[in-house]
Design a protein around this ligand. Structure first.
Ligand SMILES: [Zn+2]
Length: 134
């Protein structure tokens, strides 16, 4: 039973993809009967085009009816972008990270240990407002 159910799902997916490629109209579920009938007619037309079996028509129609199709489509888009994005992210490992660990603070500006260049006392920016005040 389980095996036939899996292949059934696969079959559904195939029809769903074919169905989606046709761009079937969605139905928000309005109480308008004429609109519903028109929607059903257009959906049936799409199903006729790809020869959907009768037992699957309700499933596909239900997808469009509840808006699940839109969610399904969006999920496919996000997973696709996710797959392409993960391939490009490669963290570069620095070979110098090993020596940096126990190295004491050493200023590149004045050459003294105990502080880094950014915190150097002699590192005064000319645009600072505190320069001439005191
Ligand atoms: Zn310094």
């Amino acid at each position: 039973m389980a095996a036939s159910r899996a292949s059934d799902f696969d079959r559904k997916l195939k029809y769903m993809q074919a169905f989606q490629s046709l761009g079937p109209p969605t139905y928000a579920g309005n109480s308008d009967f004429v609109e519903a009938e028109d929607w059903l007619r257009r959906v049936t037309k799409c199903m006729d085009a790809i020869d959907v079996p009768v037992e699957l028509r309700v499933t596909l129609a239900a997808f469009m009816l509840t808006g699940e199709a839109d969610r399904w489509k969006r999920r496919e888009e996000t997973s696709d972008s996710e797959a392409s994005g993960s391939g490009g992210k490669v963290t570069k490992s620095k070979s110098s990270s090993r020596s940096n660990r126990y190295r004491p603070f050493h200023c590149y500006k004045c050459g003294k240990a105990g502080h880094i260049q950014r915190n150097c006392p002699g590192n005064r920016s000319p645009s600072s407002d505190y320069n001439g005040g005191y």
